[in-house]
Every structure is written in structure tokens, then in C-alpha cells.
Write a protein that binds this ligand. Structure first.
Ligand SMILES: Cc1cc2nc3c(=O)[nH]c(=O)nc-3n(C[C@H](O)[C@H](O)[C@H](O)COP(=O)(O)O)c2cc1C
Length: 439
């Protein structure tokens, strides 16, 4: 295989904080749903990350870890709350060690879901404003706006989580500001209708994110990697768009962020997985600039690279060695994020790095369900449930890997969806029992 392909992928990358990544591949954050009712890393999570550490990638970014145990994104989330005792911290230390084998680095993605959490996981979500998700089925509760004092406390929670992550052996954190979660809700004028210092103009909507970045840096020091995952667009009318993203990237560069991962979309518009949204509305310009390339947000990143020097990572759709090598060598993108291929084959990147072999396209096996009964259905509820059932396949693969079992390529979408529902309901019961011990 030509070294023109493998060379760019294997080139080390030095981040502004001085940390060196051994190559350009990063496992993107993927919520695992494997923690027990205490929200701590357990044997399943350790096994999964030990396996991924053998994949050859430079960094494993964990699935979104919750900074507030009363606000979960989904059952089975890992929780790094401020008040963890030493035995809780030991579980995180073991997790960091599991993913740091073979010269791989472990970064923790820290997050708060805001309004993007199903009622059964959180019937009382909080957000920037009281704007509910526009999704059918009544699964999501309308959020209550955060009080300014609560916003300040939340900033401290993100910073405390980052400090504890560093103490436990993680070499970096990623602040999740994408995909419609809380920070993304603050960034979007569609979900942030505040008139105080946290809403209104872009600089006010970005204040929450930038305050978190500053607090995290202050708590972790200059030799620790601080990354941000940001939407290149929400792809929603009146939402956070490409011009907003461009400005926020400039600010984050000035704020000393080490790596910005570009993604896009929200639950209402899941473009990060190339699903159609409930009400298909596109950022036409962004789409046109990306169509010619393999990855969804690559065109936007290539344009931005002309203006900023902060390392950019692009995640979403990368599968071919040629596409990835070109993104690095031609577009100047610093790192490539890989998600779904590493669920279905946890070490598929070994052959990519060694021989330039393309990554598996599991989305094709699943058929990215189209048609009336799939993610393209004109019936909104069917469309949403079809997207959930595709996700259930990926979640199932992580459960299998966590249990030390082989991947199961069969789609069985509805069977998997039912199994996921059962698992999550059981987890919620177990969590309630666990919490009752402390009340
Ligand atoms: C099972 C699964 C869980 C995910 N969880 C997260 C998450 O916790 N945080 C996040 O930023 N993105 C999450 N994502 C999105 C991925 O990080 C990535 O952006 C997306 O899968 C597109 O990349 P790909 O085409 O390589 O899969 C998740 C994706 C999948 C498939």
C-alpha cells in the first residue's frame, strides 16, 4: 500500500499544550451506557477501553461523562460529580489506565444534556430558556431556564470534573459544545432566548462555553489538553449557523484551546450521523461546500483552516484511507475522528494505519434505514424511532464488547430497540434504589 496514504495518518501531532499525539486518528466520543447505577466506570468499561487502546489510534475520547448526577443524558452514563469519594476516584483512575495502554491517550468528554434527555431519565431538565425540543412522541420534557447563580455553579462543575480527570490520569478533556446538548443550547438563538449576560448577541451566547474553557484551563494547567467539540452548524432555521461557528472557533483559538473537533446537528437535526432531521432544513451553503468531500464537515474545516492555526479535527463519515490522507495532507486538517466503525470492529484502525485499508461501513449493513418505515419516513414518529433503532445497534455492540463478546453484525433493528428500552428502564429502577440509600 502506498505510503502516500499511510504517512499522513501516522505523522505525530504536537498540540499547543505540548502534548504529542502519536498519529492523526482519534476515537470520537461515543456514549457507552455501560456504567452501573452508581455512575462509576466498571469492569465492562475497562474491558471496552482496553480493547480500543489496541486499535492504534492516538486518543480515545470517552463517551460523554456527566458533570451533574441529577442531569443524565441517558441511563448508564458515567458520572463525575464534584462530591466523589476516594473509591469513586479510584474507578476513574483504573479507567484512565485501561485506555492509556499502548501509548494511547485517554481524554474525558465532559457534558451536561440540558433539555436533550428523555423524560424517564430526567423529568425536570434545565436549559438556557424554556424552549422544548420539537420532537414527536412526548418523550422529552420542557426545560426550566437556569438561574444565573446555577450557571456559575455549573461552570465550576465542568472545571471540577476536568481537575479530577487530570488527577485520575486522563491527559486531556473535551468540552462537549456540540449536538444540541446544554452548551450548544446556549450557543443557539433558537434555544437561548435569554436577555441577561448569557443570551442575545453571539458573544453573550458563547459566554457559557468560553467561561467553561477558562475555568477548565485554570484548574488543569498549561500542560493538559483542552479540546472543544463544536457544531459547524445546527442545520436549523434560526439556530447556530456556519458564520457563528467560524467566529466561535476564532475565540476558542484566542482562549488557548488545543484541539477543536468539528461536527454538526442536534437531536432534531441529526446530521452528525447523516440522518435527515424531523423537519429537513439545511445550511445549504455548508452542504454544498462539503458535498465534494468524504466527511460531512470537511469542507467547512478546510475553509476555516485558511483563517486559524488552532488544530482542527473533523468527525463524521470518514471511511476511506484516501479521504483521510487528503483531509490531512491537502485540507490541512490536523486529526480525524472515527466513531461508528470502532463500535462494529474495535480494532479496524490497525489495518488503516498499517496498510491503508479502508474502514468498515456498518451504516451500509444497517441500510441507514430509508423509505416509509425508516429514517426518511414522512411520518415524524416513525422517522425518530427508526433513528433510535439504528443507534440501538451501535449501543448493543458496545455492550457486547464490554462483556468480552464478539460483535453481532445482524441488524435486527426493532429487537435491539426493545432490548435497549428494557435495559434502560431496569437501569433507572436500579439508580433510584441506589440513590435511596443516601436519602
Ligand atoms: C453509539 C454512538 C454514541 C455517540 N455518543 C456521542 C457522545 O457521547 N458524544 C459525542 O460528542 N458524540 C457522540 N456520538 C457521535 C460521534 O462522536 C460522531 O460524531 C459520529 O458518530 C459521526 O462519526 P462517524 O461517522 O465516524 O461515526 C455518538 C455516536 C454513536 C454512533
Amino acid at each position: 500500500m502506498s505510503s502516500d496514504l499511510t504517512q499522513p495518518l501516522n505523522a505525530p501531532l504536537t498540540l499547543p499544550c505540548g502534548l504529542i499525539l502519536k498519529n492523526r486518528l482519534v476515537k470520537a466520543a461515543m456514549t457507552e451506557g455501560l456504567a452501573g447505577p452508581d455512575g462509576l466506570p466498571n469492569e465492562q468499561l475497562l474491558r471496552l477501553y482496553r480493547t480500543w487502546a489496541q486499535s492504534g489510534v492516538a486518543v480515545l475520547i470517552t463517551g460523554n461523562v456527566m458533570v451533574d448526577g441529577t442531569h443524565l443524558e441517558r441511563p448508564g452514563n458515567v458520572i463525575l460529580d464534584q462530591e466523589l469519594n476516594p473509591s469513586g476516584l479510584a474507578a476513574f483512575t483504573a479507567w484512565a489506565a485501561a485506555g492509556s495502554a499502548h501509548d494511547c491517550q485517554m481524554w474525558m468528554q465532559i457534558s451536561h444534556p440540558g433539555r436533550q434527555t428523555q423524560k424517564r431519565a430526567n423529568p425536570a431538565p434545565r436549559s438556557a430558556s424554556d424552549v422544548g425540543l420539537n420532537l414527536p412522541g412526548g418523550r422529552f420534557a420542557r426545560p426550566v431556564p437556569l438561574h444565573p447563580d446555577e450557571i456559575r455553579l455549573l461552570i465550576e462543575r465542568y472545571a471540577a470534573a476536568a481537575r479530577q480527570a487530570k488527577g485520575c490520569g486522563f491527559s486531556g478533556v473535551q468540552i462537549h459544545a456540540a449536538h444540541g446538548y446544554l452548551i450548544s443550547q446556549f450557543l443557539s438563538p433558537q434555544s437561548n432566548r435569554r436577555t441577561d449576560e448569557w443570551g442575545g448577541s453571539l458573544d453573550k451566547r458563547a459566554r457559557f462555553l468560553r467561561s467553561i474553557v477558562a475555568a477548565v484551563r485554570a484548574q488543569t494547567g498549561s500542560d493538559f489538553a483542552v479540546s472543544v467539540k463544536l457544531n459547524s452548524s445546527d442545520f436549523q432555521q434560526g439556530g447556530f449557523g456556519a458564520d457563528d461557528a467560524r467566529q466561535v472557533v476564532r475565540w476558542l483559538e484566542a482562549d488557548g484551546v488545543d484541539l477543536i473537533e468539528l461536527s454538526g446537528g442536534t437531536y432534531e437535526q441529526p446530521r452528525m450521523l447523516e440522518f435527515d432531521g424531523i423537519d429537513p432544513r439545511e445550511d445549504i451553503r455548508l452542504r454544498a461546500s462539503t458535498r465534494a468531500r468524504e466527511a460531512f464537515f470537511q469542507g467547512f474545516a478546510a475553509e476555516l483552516k485558511e483563517e486559524v492555526s488552532v488544530p482542527l479535527m473533523v468527525t463524521g463519515g470518514f471511511r476511506s484511507a484516501t479521504g483521510m490522507a487528503e483531509a490531512i495532507a491537502v485540507d490541512g486538517i490536523s486529526a480525524i475522528g472515527i466513531g461508528r466503525p470502532l463500535c462494529g470492529d474495535p480494532v479496524c484502525t490497525q489495518k488503516l494505519l498499517r496498510d491503508g485499508e479502508d474502514l468498515p461501513r456498518f451504516e451500509r449493513i444497517l441500510g441507514n434505514p430509508g423509505g416509509f418505515f425508516g429514517t426518511n419516513s414522512p411520518v415524524k414518529l416513525i422517522k425518530m424511532m427508526a433513528s433510535f433503532s439504528v443507534m440501538a445497534w451501535y449501543y448493543d455492540q458496545l455492550v457486547l464488547l464490554g462483556n468480552g463478546q464478539k460483535n453481532d453484525p445482524h441488524p435486527y433493528p426493532f429487537k435491539r430497540l426493545l432490548a435497549l428500552e428494557r435495559r434502560e428502564v431496569q437501569w433507572i429502577k436500579a439508580r433510584k434504589t441506589w440513590l435511596a440509600r443516601f436519602s
